[in-house]
Ligand binder design. Structure first.
Ligand code: GRF
Length: 196
């Protein structure tokens, strides 16, 4: 399964995918890594000799022009599945429509709890005893797509945003790898989620 991964930050989930794909039995491989900036996580791709591309919104007159270029650059790699993993921008509807349903996102909460860009902070501030991690099919809402996999993660009274996020990321990576294998082996059929 050909994967394009989009990141914005450190790319810890990307690193997990790259490490898993070192096993020739793993049924997926990352063919390119994209970002909305020269992301720190590009270092993981570079270490594996995997091409990277960054499409910065500031280089475009508007979101749709940015989205068109991002979509064009994604399509160059002919991915079977596009993974948003720490990609901190909302994709224009045209991009989602073009890629759906082969477009998934990892989120550090138990959706529909705590959607949006501050899920871990929000869980800490809410004082909940547990949060979670989720992998969803991207639709044109904010973290509103159908859940492919999710698992609860405990919140400890001593947790900071960083300690909770690290604990969540461990689960997030496991869920992401499981979903990628599921799609690659046909256990998960994303065509179920083609939007009417
Ligand atoms: C991940 O938890 C992702 O779900 C969230 O931001 C974090 C990015 O982490 N959107 P990394 O860049 O993969 O380390």
């Amino acid at each position: 399964l050909r994967l394009v991964v989009l990141i914005s930050g450190g790319g810890s989930n990307l690193r997990a995918l790259l490490e898993a794909a070192e096993d020739p039995e793993f049924p997926a491989h990352v063919v390119a890594v994209g970002a909305d900036r020269p992301a720190d996580g590009f270092e993981h791709a570079e270490r594996y000799g995997i091409p990277t591309f960054d499409v910065s919104p500031t280089a475009f007159p508007d979101r749709d022009a940015w989205g068109e270029e991002l979509l064009r650059q994604i399509r160059v790699w002919q991915p079977d599945l596009v993974i948003l993993s720490g990609f901190m921008r909302l994709l224009p509807a045209g991009v989602v429509d073009a890629l759906s349903p082969n477009l998934i996102n990892t989120h550090p909460a138990y959706l529909p709890e705590f959607p949006g860009a501050h899920a871990v902070r929000d869980a800490i501030q809410a004082g909940v005893p547990e949060s979670g991690a989720s992998v969803i099919v991207v639709d044109d809402g904010v973290d509103t797509g159908p859940v492919l996999a999710q698992r609860r993660v405990p919140v400890l009274p001593t947790d900071t945003q960083a300690t909770l996020h690290d604990r969540i990321k461990v689960v997030e990576r496991e869920l992401l790898l499981d979903v990628v294998v599921g799609v690659a082996t046909g256990r998960i059929d994303l065509r179920e989620w083609v939007r009417a």
